[in-house]
Write a protein that binds this ligand. Structure first.
Ligand SMILES: CC(C)(COP(=O)(O)OP(=O)(O)OC[C@H]1O[C@@H](n2cnc3c(N)ncnc32)[C@H](O)[C@@H]1OP(=O)(O)O)[C@@H](O)C(=O)NCCC(=O)NCCS
Length: 144
């Protein structure tokens, strides 16, 4: 037991933590104040909202969007600000990868923020353009 648990967001406390982490880390820390909790992508059954807990405390988020042809997209990866660069993001991604593989996916895709590209590359992702509509982020892929 290493203290980590990656769980589906199911109860009200977990939803509150999930949205709080995403709003503060991915929006407010970047000067954005337009976070919405109930976007249509959050409600799709094929998009799995996941919370990383460490010693039972919520510290990170990720959404795993299940797509056809063995592909799954990792979205909105965030670790609470004061715990970044301590290995928790790596632990989160390892668990997402195991989950995706167990669900039958063979590749993970990500639209990475420019300053997070190194993080994904250290985890074995490499550049791979899969979404022609996206020009703002760096697209990466990992075969799993
Ligand atoms: C990106 C993020 C999820 C990484 O989680 P983390 O817990 O900080 O990462 P780790 O401590 O596991 O770092 C693993 C490695 O990646 C590096 N790394 C982490 N974040 C990085 C970043 N933003 N840029 C470059 N390298 C980074 C670490 O230095 C570490 O390298 P090392 O093994 O050589 O020491 C986290 O920093 C975060 O939430 N950042 C803000 C939101 C964000 O950018 N999300 C990604 C959107 S696509």
């Amino acid at each position: 037991m290493d203290g980590y648990e990656l769980c589906l967001v199911e109860n009200a406390d977990d939803w509150a933590a999930y949205h709080r982490i995403r709003r503060t880390v991915l929006f407010e820390a970047r000067g954005r104040f337009d976070y919405v909790t109930d976007g249509p992508e959050e409600l799709k059954a094929e998009n799995l909202s996941l919370l990383l807990k460490y010693r039972e405390q919520p510290i990170g988020t990720v959404r795993l969007d299940q797509k056809p042809n063995g592909k799954a997209i990792v979205r909105l990866v965030a670790i609470v600000s004061h715990l970044q660069k301590q290995g928790h993001g790596t632990a989160l991604m390892q668990r997402v990868e195991i989950l995706a593989a167990s669900l039958g996916f063979n590749q993970l895709l990500v639209h990475a923020a420019l300053d997070a590209v190194d993080f994904y590359q250290k985890l074995g992702f490499s550049r791979f353009d899969f979404d022609t509509a996206d020009i703002q982020s760096v697209q990466l892929r990992k075969l799993i």
